[in-house]
Write a new protein. Structure first.
Length: 244
């Protein structure tokens, strides 16, 4: 039976969380203080510290080496950089942190210079704009934290991993003028227009978290097994508003 190994808190703009019961893989970082981190790994996910190749054929891989499907996140531990690796042919719960020196150049290049599809960009941007608009309609001028489903590939593509975003950081191709404002009309004879605006810079952070392990799948023999958890990509946005 494996026991959690305790390490120092990670640094960087990523936070990885887990919800629900402990599964094959659990990575947890306190979202505010980042003071704790735990890892419980599946036996199949242990001993993957050798160099991971980028060959298209898994049959060509030597023993002890695994094909990298995708890099999901990065962090720094001391002077070393690590990536959260999704392994080809393994469930999402078998992801593990690997040292950058053990990973081929192509996965790292794809991570830092992503080319997301256009429809994925527009879906993420649409959810972002909808969340901002809903927040502007609420008369609350304290700092508000929004948690938006947002592709991290799109975030790296549009914002280059920045943690503070100015108005100039938002590409006019996807963010039309006035997206950061919300005006409403009061009265009909002599209408009065009142509005709220976003205060820049916006403080943002990418967060990964596993979905709850609360549902099961019925097998052909009549037994029930836990359904595989999904790794959710969240953009945490701290927004401040003023009257404009």
């Amino acid at each position: 039976m494996l026991t959690p190994s305790r390490t120092r808190p990670s640094e960087g703009y990523y936070a990885l969380m887990s919800r629900g019961k402990v599964g094959p893989l659990r990575l947890q970082i306190d979202t505010e203080e980042r003071q704790t981190e735990r890892l419980v790994a599946n036996p199949d996910a242990i001993a993957r510290r050798e160099e991971s190749l980028t060959s298209e054929s898994e049959e060509d891989l030597p023993d002890g080496q695994y094909y990298v499907e995708e890099l999901l996140a990065q962090r720094r531990k001391g002077s070393k950089r690590e990536y959260l690796v999704q392994w080809k042919g393994y469930p999402m719960e078998a992801c593990s942190w690997e040292c950058a020196s053990n990973i081929g150049s192509k996965p790292k290049r794809d991570f830092h210079h992503p080319q997301p599809q256009e429809h994925i960009i527009r879906e993420s941007v649409g959810r972002f704009l909808a969340a901002i608009d809903r927040s502007l309609r609420v008369a609350c001028f304290k700092d508000t934290v929004l948690r938006i489903a947002f592709s991290h590939k799109v975030f790296r593509y549009l914002f280059k991993n920045k943690t503070e975003l100015t108005l100039q950081d938002f590409d006019s191709t996807y963010f039309l003028p006035g997206w950061d404002q919300c005006y409403r009309q009061f009265g009909t004879v002599d209408p009065i227009w009142r509005g709220r605006c976003v205060v820049f810079p916006l403080r943002v952070r990418c967060v990964l978290r596993f979905s709850k392990r609360s549902s099961f799948v019925r097998q052909q023999d009549g037994t029930f097994t836990p359904k595989s958890r999904v790794l959710e990509e969240i953009l945490r946005v701290c927004i401040t508003k003023i009257n404009c």
